[in-house]
Design a protein around this ligand. Structure first.
Ligand SMILES: C[S@@+](CC[C@H](N)C(=O)[O-])C[C@H]1O[C@@H](n2cnc3c(N)ncnc32)[C@H](O)[C@@H]1O
Ligand code: SF4
Length: 470
């Protein structure tokens, strides 16, 4: 058992909450990949604002993180809430890649060559929808236009069902060192209901291939709360995952957002809800902890010696749109449809559909659909929320010094609102710090929400915005 996990017995005890508790805390809330969250951003922030942000950021000489969105998939998984374009006919890719190259050119012009790329991530959709030749071409094109740090993290999302040994050879040869693959669940009934048939052997072989090729880190995605899952069936899936021994696991809560993704309505009758969903989560969590993985927070696990775990212990862990990261202080430049950039005190998001994105790139080089410039209060709250999610503790003095405030005065209403979670055993408050208990680490979104003043207004709107926190 690791130093950071409490004993499994203690954990079982802390997690033995009742139905009422789950109902109270399982409510709609953001995942805080950004603060303020995307619904707060405005259409009045356009490409010219983003251009200014790019110029201002370049003079700061921060490290660079690049994200490339490759939206295509061959078939639709019914649970999927990602920004995808389903297309069997692969002739859609050359025109997409041509526009993407124009966008890469424009971004590269705004990033001086003495700034180092510390992170490069390809997400989707399914980047391995592209052929190995297309992947090599796009990768080389980008590499020629930026300066990569020798130890850059270069990651790609792959779908085991469509990723061939030739893809794997190519991506490793190009320099990708991190692999992330979707699994979701091995239960056949669940796979059938979500339209994602992915035999265990296919995943096992891909992981074995990745090991042979020497990838530094292998991540797998699971989802709890899918149709037909039970606590026992999910525990069995987790046992199979533990045997495959990935370095990191993302065990996402199924985000049910049928107002955005209509196809999710098809299996709504078979979804585990409330206490049932919590039991599935709990069985997965306990299995991973028993196997020696550390719970990093917000659905993520890592092996004890993984740098995510080390950096959480040292309180140097950060979060960005791709989740937890050890690379702090980088400006993130996103390319492709829907891609998000987070540069200094601004966020910018690209158009979501290919025609609008293409038109904007052709007109301006950039395709900003909406964005946001943070106020001083936003910047302070962003730091508080980030510390809560990454370090699970907020040391009041550190924030007071960094922002020239008196924490207790500034956050008096928030401290008052934390009293109920304190009574419920989620958080421990004292003069010096706000420290999350185990239960609070699981319902961390609820604790972060206390510091988010925009929610009150958002909840007044009748339209649902966020999935539930459990
Ligand atoms: C871009 S996909 C991963 C790569 C590849 N397309 C695949 O599916 O193997 C990103 C991940 O998002 C997660 N995801 C998608 N929709 C979700 C939802 N509604 N709730 C929770 N997680 C979701 C899945 O775990 C999925 O593996
Ligand atoms: S889960 Fe992956 S493969 Fe399935 S539709 Fe979403 S992005 Fe595509």
């Amino acid at each position: 058992m690791s130093l950071m996990n409490p004993s499994i017995r203690e954990m079982r005890q802390e997690l033995s909450v009742g139905e009422q508790f789950v109902v109270r805390y399982n409510r709609p809330g953001p995942r805080y990949t950004s603060y303020p969250t995307a619904p707060v951003w405005t259409d009045s922030f356009g490409p010219h604002d983003f251009e200014q942000a790019i110029a201002a950021a370049d003079s700061k000489r921060s490290p660079v993180s690049l994200y490339m969105h490759l939206p295509f998939c061959e078939s639709l998984c019914l649970f999927c809430a990602c920004n995808v374009v389903i297309q069997k006919d692969k002739s859609v890719t050359p025109p997409y890649l041509a526009i993407l190259k124009k966008e890469i050119d424009r971004i590269a012009r705004g990033v001086s060559r003495d700034r180092h790329v510390s992170q490069f991530h390809w997400g989707g959709g399914t980047p391995t929808y592209l052929s190995p030749e297309q992947i090599e071409d796009l990768f080389s094109y980008t590499k020629e236009r930026f300066t990569f740090a020798p130890d850059a993290e270069i990651g790609i999302e792959v779908d085991p069902r469509v990723t061939t040994p030739a893809h794997m050879q190519s991506i490793r040869k190009m320099g990708f060192n991190r692999l992330s693959m979707g699994i979701q669940d091995f239960k056949p009934e669940t796979q059938k209901a979500i339209h994602r048939i992915q035999p265990y052997e296919v995943t096992r072989d891909l992981i074995a291939n990745a090991r042979q090729l020497g990838f530094d880190s292998i991540n797998v995605d699971l989802i709890y709360g899918l149709p037909y899952q039970t606590a026992d069936s999910f525990a069995h899936t987790v046992e199979q995952i533990v045997d495959l021994s990935p370095d990191r696991i993302a065990m996402f809560s199924y985000a049910h957002v049928p107002w955005l993704k209509k196809q999710q309505g098809s299996f709504v009758k078979f979804l585990p809800e409330g206490m049932q969903k919590f039991d599935i989560f709990r069985s997965g969590l306990l299995k991973f902890l028993e196997a020696g993985y550390l719970y990093i927070g917000m659905d993520h696990f890592a092996k004890e010696n993984d740098e995510l775990a080390v950096s959480q212990r040292n309180r140097t862990l950060h979060r960005n749109f791709q989740g937890y990261t050890t690379k702090a202080g980088a400006d993130l430049y996103g390319m492709g449809i829907t891609a998000i950039s987070g540069i200094q005190d601004t966020y910018a998001q690209n158009f979501r559909d290919i025609p609008s994105w293409e038109k904007a790139v052709n007109e301006h080089g950039l395709a900003t659909m909406r964005g946001y410039r943070l106020s001083a209060d936003d910047t302070l709250r962003r730091e508080v929320i980030s510390r809560l999610l990454c370090h699970t503790v907020i040391v009041k003095d550190e924030i007071s010094k960094q922002f020239g405030i008196n924490f207790d005065k500034y956050f008096a209403p928030e401290l008052e609102r934390l009293k109920t979670p304190q009574e419920d055993g989620l958080v421990v408050l004292n003069e010096k710090e706000i420290r999350t208990a185990w239960l609070g680490r699981i319902f961390i979104r609820n604790l972060a929400m206390v510091f988010d003043p925009y929610l009150e207004k958002q909840q007044l709107d009748s339209k649902p915005l966020f999935s539930k926190t459990l």
